[in-house]
Ligand binder design. Structure first.
Ligand code: BGC
Length: 324
C-alpha cells in the first residue's frame, strides 16, 4: 500500500511558478520529490531496529536547490555526464554546447533538466513528471518530450525515464541523488562497504572523459577507504550493492542502463548548508548514477546514445533498500 500526498514546497522567484512536493510512502520507505528538477529531497529508510533516517543529502527549502549546488537529488539531462569539449557531429552538422566543466560539457549544460519546473501528475503509487525540452534547448537538436516516473513498491524506489524526439538527438537521463546510509549529515561514507559486480570500468583522462578503452580490474568488493582516493568513474554492466554495517541498511541498484557513474562526493567541500544543519564535507555522500557511458556521442563503439524520431527512450532503475 502506497500513499501519495501533495503540498506546496516553495515559490520560484519573479512569479515563475510554484514548486510542489510529492510524498510517497510505503511500509518501508518514505520519499519526497519536488517538481523542480524532479528532485528527490528526502528518502527515509528504516535501519535494522526499525528506526527511519533520511539517507539523501539535500536542502530543507527551495532556495537551497536554486543556488549553485552539485545536482542534489535531481534528474540530469538532456545528456548526463560529460561530452568532450562540448562538441559532437550529427548528420554532418557540428553542435557546440556550453562548456561548464573544465573543457567539457557536463550534465546537460547551463540550464539542464535539473533547473526547470516539470508538470506533475499523481499516480496511485507514485508521481509522474513531464516536460517538453524545446528544439535547441541548451543547443541540443530537436524537441524532446520527457516523462520521469517515480513509484514505490515496498522497499524499492523505481524510476522510469521515457523520451520521444522530433529530431535525432543524444539522450542520457539519470538521477543524481547523494546517499549516506548512516543518515544524511553523517560526516563521511568511510564505513560503507561497496560491492560492484562489474565487467569493467572506463578509465578516464584528466578531464574525466573515457579514454575509449575499458579495464576489467575494478575491485569486486571493498570497504570504501580501502580503495578510496576519490572515485568518479563509470562502471559497466553491474549490480552495485552498498552496505552500512552500523545501521544494517543495504542499497542495491538495478538498471536497464549500460553503466553507472559511481561518484564519492569528491567535490563536496562543506560550504553548503543542508538539511538539519548538515554541511556536507568531501566524501559525505555517494552517487550511483545509472546511465549510458560518458561521451558516448563521440565514441562510436560505446552503447548507442542517439534517439531518433519514432523511437522511444525507455529506461528504468530500481533502488532496492533492505537491512542485513
Ligand atoms: C560527476 C562528477 C561531478 C558531479 C557533480 C558527477 O556525475 O561524475 O565529476 O563533480 O557529478 O557535478
Amino acid at each position: 500500500m502506497v500513499s501519495v500526498t501533495r503540498s506546496v514546497f516553495g515559490e520560484l522567484p519573479s512569479g515563475a511558478g510554484t514548486v510542489e512536493k510529492f510524498r510517497l510512502q510505503s511500509d518501508l520507505l518514505r520519499v519526497d520529490i519536488i517538481s523542480w528538477g524532479c528532485t528527490i529531497t528526502a528518502l527515509e529508510v528504516k535501519d535494522r531496529q526499525g528506526r527511519a533516517s533520511d539517507v539523501v543529502l539535500g536542502f530543507a527549502e527551495l532556495a537551497g536547490y536554486l543556488q549553485k549546488q552539485p545536482y542534489f537529488g535531481a534528474v540530469v539531462g538532456r545528456v548526463a555526464n560529460r561530452i568532450a569539449k562540448g562538441t559532437f557531429t550529427l548528420d554532418g552538422k557540428e553542435y557546440k554546447l556550453a562548456i561548464n566543466n573544465g573543457p567539457n560539457s557536463l550534465h546537460g549544460g547551463l540550464r539542464g533538466f535539473d533547473k526547470v519546473l516539470w508538470t506533475p501528475q499523481v499516480l496511485p503509487n507514485g508521481v509522474q513528471f513531464s516536460r517538453v525540452s524545446p528544439d535547441g534547448e541548451e543547443d541540443y537538436p530537436g524537441e524532446l518530450k520527457v516523462w520521469v516516473t517515480y513509484t514505490l513498491d515496498g522497499g524499492e524506489l523505481v524510476v522510469n525515464y521515457r523520451a520521444q524526439a522530433s529530431q535525432t538527438t543524444p539522450v542520457n537521463l539519470t538521477n543524481h541523488s547523494y546517499f549516506n546510509l548512516a543518515g544524511q549529515g553523517s560526516p563521511n561514507i568511510y564505513d560503507h562497504e561497496v560491492t560492484i559486480e562489474a565487467d569493467a570500468f572506463l578509465p578516464v583522462d584528466e578531464t574525466l572523459i573515457p579514454t575509449g578503452n575499458s579495464s576489467g580490474c575494478f575491485p569486486a568488493a571493498a570497504s570504501l577507504p580501502a580503495f578510496l582516493t576519490s572515485i568518479d568513474l563509470n562502471v559497466v554492466w553491474l549490480i552495485p550493492r552498498v552496505h552500512h554495517a552500523g545501521s544494517g541498511r543495504v542499497l542495491e541498484v538495478y538498471t536497464t542502463q549500460p553503466g553507472v557513474q559511481f561518484y564519492t562526493g569528491n567535490f563536496l567541500d562543506g560550504t553548503l548548508k543542508g538539511k538539519s544543519g548538515a554541511i556536507y564535507p568531501k566524501h559525505s555522500g555517494f552517487c550511483l548514477e545509472t546511465q549510458n557511458w560518458p561521451d558516448a556521442i563521440n565514441q562510436p563503439h560505446f552503447p548507442p546514445v542517439l534517439l531518433r524520431p519514432g523511437e522511444e527512450y525507455d529506461h528504468t532503475t530500481w533502488f532496492r533498500f533492505s537491512v542485513a
